[in-house]
Design a protein around this ligand. Structure first.
Ligand SMILES: Nc1ncnc2c1ncn2[C@@H]1O[C@H](COP(=O)(O)OP(=O)(O)OP(=O)(O)O)[C@@H](O)[C@H]1O
Length: 251
């Protein structure tokens, strides 16, 4: 099989206060895959994700992206390759207009003029927000800000899109529209989520992290129908949702 685009080997990490969050995690994601990262609160999902573009470093083990080790001297290139959409769009949007926020990353890479404009408008088009380009982000709704946050990351043309709880706080229509956007993108996706129907809908494969250890790496359907695994790791399906019945998927 080809080299994984995301390759995590034996990653162990303790926070400075001594709390050990990861205990030797292995994770391999190949180009074009969409993978869900599931697990209860405190499992270590965010800690793991923050290692993928070097926001957190200093653990034991190795992380590489398309063969490039995530180490200090490669961070600029790694951050171009791995785009993280944080759970709260307000962590990602801090300038006066949507255009400025989406242009910020590519401008830092040296793009300017018409090429930068094209990158901004293409990214906004992909998330259906081109008409909002000159609006202040703080005048947008939460769901619109989430889309713009996705556009800020797409504008870097990443190889891997990592999303932390992308469906949280979205109304049903926005949730579905974001799913359509994610499906339409030609990138590798790793999605942290507690929204198990969303994982089933979007990600053929799921990795379950619990107490800093990978406890399952299987087709999402198999994970969601394994009652013992689900109960052991505090994973619960929404009331009335049956993974065996596709018509029970939320809209
Ligand atoms: N800055 C920190 N210092 C010390 N411990 C931390 C820090 N951040 C997180 N932790 C601890 O590390 C463990 C893993 O936290 P993490 O945020 O990675 O979990 P998570 O799986 O993303 O949880 P959630 O689903 O609640 O977002 C938890 O026990 C948490 O309390």
């Amino acid at each position: 099989m080809s080299t994984p685009v995301l390759d995590v080997r034996g990653l162990a990490f303790a926070y400075p206060d001594g709390h050990q969050a990861l205990f030797g995690v292995d994770l391999h994601v190949h180009e074009g895959e969409r993978v869900a990262l599931l697990g209860p609160n405190g499992a270590g999902k965010t800690t793991l994700v923050l290692h993928l573009n070097g926001i957190l470093t200093g653990g034991r083990g190795a992380v590489s992206v398309s063969g490039l080790p995530v180490v200090k001297e490669h961070l600029k290139e790694i951050r171009r390759r791995v785009g993280i959409v944080f759970q709260d769009p307000d962590d990602q949007l801090f300038l006066g207009t949507v255009r400025q926020d989406v242009a910020f990353g590519p401008a830092n890479l040296g793009l300017k003029g018409p090429e930068l404009d094209r990158r901004v408008m293409d990214s906004l088009d992909r998330v259906g927000m081109a008409d909002f380009v000159d609006r202040p982000p703080h005048h947008l709704s939460y769901g619109q800000r989430r889309r713009v946050a996705v556009a800020t990351v797409l504008a870097m043309e990443p190889e891997i899109l990592v999303l932390d709880e992308p469906s949280s706080n979205l109304d049903p229509a926005s949730r579905r529209e974001l799913a359509d956007i994610l499906r339409s993108l030609d990138v590798t996706v790793l999605m942290v989520t507690h929204d198990l129907p969303y994982a089933l809908e979007l990600c053929p494969r799921s990795i379950v992290l619990s107490e800093g250890v990978v406890v399952a790496d299987r087709p999402t359907f198999d994970v969601l129908t394994d009652e013992a695994l689900m109960a052991a790791h505090r994973l619960e399906l929404p009331w009335g949702f049956d993974p065996r019945r596709i018509d029970s998927l939320p809209a």
